[in-house]
Ligand binder design. Structure first.
Ligand code: XMP
Length: 306
């Protein structure tokens, strides 16, 4: 791929489509951060980074640091409360995704009034719309920025990354000197909490995820998996701590090797590292007393559990 040409053509495409002002939707993930870098020099675009409360530990700080390092102007919107309120009592994965998609749009609409924007720039990439269904394709899952969008969007969409796959996103990100980051889904930790999302369950998952990520980064032998994360299951099981019975939460660890996220095989790390991760999580997060490892490829499973 001719990366420089892609960047130039993307900028030309944005300028030719933007007849007014636009809001660029940044979730802090790899795709929308890349789009921010591409669009940053173009006038009449406001980059909006939404803190959904569904991000990982210290993630807001990481994204802020990145934008500051690259001198990208952005606006941070604290939408933690509205996302949690809207997700209250919801357990069904597709409903969750649709609520998250709609909440993002509601937040952008409010900001659009301030900024007088009628366009929405999104970092949608090919797997997002392929898996969201349409035409003769089945809906595998409604990606928050495609199938999760409300019908009455109220914005004209501009999506310069639509034809890229994950490996190409990485190539273009490299061109900008962006650090390699592991893919992270727009709906965030909400789709890694099976069942209802609550503040307490989010906190448990944030702690476990942080321990897992640090262990892989510090200790993994050989090339790291493409994506690795924790999923909080809606299953409580019996355990023992000292000589006390516990009845605690279960975490599933998912590590996946893939080229572009479309198909993949589960990673086969050393038992040593899995054993360390398991001990660290159960030692440091008292609510958790059981860890299981996901040994399913994609297909038949998808990478995320929801
Ligand atoms: P799946 O679960 O579909 O995941 O096999 C493939 C890749 O896409 C990420 N993913 C998402 N990314 N919005 C996103 O921006 C979404 O709604 C979404 N769902 C899954 C997932 O983390 C994996 O890298």
């Amino acid at each position: 791929m001719d990366v420089q040409k892609f960047v130039e053509e993307s900028r030309e495409m944005i300028i030719s489509k933007l007849h007014g002002k636009g809001i660029l939707a940044c979730s802090g993930g790899q795709d929308s951060t890349l789009l921010s870098m591409i669009a940053a020099p173009i006038k009449d675009i406001e980059i909006v980074f939404v803190d959904t409360g569904l991000l990982r530990l210290n993630e807001v700080e990481r994204v802020k640091g990145l934008f500051e390092k690259f001198n990208v102007k952005y606006k941070l919107i604290d939408a933690k409360k509205i996302f949690l309120d809207n997700l209250k009592g919801v357990a069904d994965p597709e409903t969750k995704r649709k609520i998250i998609g709609k909440t993002f749009i509601d937040v952008f609409k409010e900001e659009a009034i301030n900024f007088k924007a009628t366009y929405l720039l999104q970092g949608t990439i090919a797997p997002d719309w392929i898996e969201s269904g349409g035409a003769s394709r089945d809906t595998i899952k409604s990606h928050h920025n495609v199938g999760g969008l409300p019908e009455d969007l109220g914005f004209q969409l501009i999506e310069p990354l639509r034809d890229l796959y994950k490996d190409e996103v990485r190539e273009v990100s490299k061109y900008f000197g962006l650090p390699e980051v592991m893919p992270f889904p727009g709906p965030g930790l909400a789709i890694r909490i099976i069942g209802e999302v609550t503040e307490h369950r989010l906190e448990i998952l944030k702690q476990a995820t942080d321990i897992l990520e640090k262990a892989v980064e510090d200790k993994y032998q050989g090339e790291k998996p493409w994506q690795y994360f924790c999923v909080l299951l809606p299953v409580k099981t019996t355990g023992v701590h000292g000589d006390q019975r516990t009845y605690g939460e279960t975490i599933a660890i998912r590590m996946i090797d893939t080229l572009d996220g479309m198909t993949g095989t589960f990673s086969k790390p050393d038992w040593e590292i899995l054993s360390d991760i398991s001990a660290n999580i159960t030692d440091d997060v008292p609510e958790i007393n059981r860890i299981v490892y996901d040994i399913t490829d994609k297909p038949p499973a998808t990478i995320e559990w929801e």
